[in-house]
Design a protein around this ligand. Sequence first.
Ligand code: SF4
Length: 222
Amino acid sequence: MKKHLQALIETACAAGVSDARLISPQRLVVQEKFVEYCLTPKCRNYGLSAGCPPHVAGPQQFRRWREEAVHALVVRLDVPAKLLFTPKRIDVFRKLHRSVATVELQAAGMAYPCSRGFAGGSCKDIFCRDNKECLQLSSQGVCRNPLEARPSLSGFGVDVGKMMAAAGWSDAIPAVETTMEESVSWVAGLVLLSRKKDGYLRGPAGSEEVLSFRRRAPCLKI
Ligand code: SF4
């Protein structure tokens, strides 16, 4: 494996994920029905942030990004299953978002200037739960957390089960509320590593703040 790809995997693990693997982007399966699950039954966060449907670009755009991507870096964060049904799940998802964003920004400063990170859960719930509204969706400004929050995989119709299997984790158990106390489950994220420059701005819906941050951060080599 090339050194810079190994470095990205190490960055993901240093950021707190349990494992990270590279797969071919073509192995990512996208289906509209996963987006429909956000609406029926309606998720309580539906429509509340720029990182969730109907405000994300959705499956059609994801398929275009998948075509452009050179690699897909899949991350998995193992957690006690029961934790995902308690308020502490917010800490788990926050760590997932931050890990994905960290890898995306590092990749953007290397050979993949148009990399895109995707996480899980609603960034409104995870980062802005004490705020009345998503700042990006309001007329007041841009995302409050462009260096951390990333859009949800489900909003783009990504089949997370198949993504996990493609990464070699088909034995990983999805969390259900009835799981045993000691069961270990996971949450997953993805970074599409892409060289194509198409004006994409990072953050849940794209943000000038990220670009401005990267201009101030010489280590990111923009
Ligand atoms: S993290 Fe950004 S996109 Fe998400 S709810 Fe907050 S302001 Fe909106």
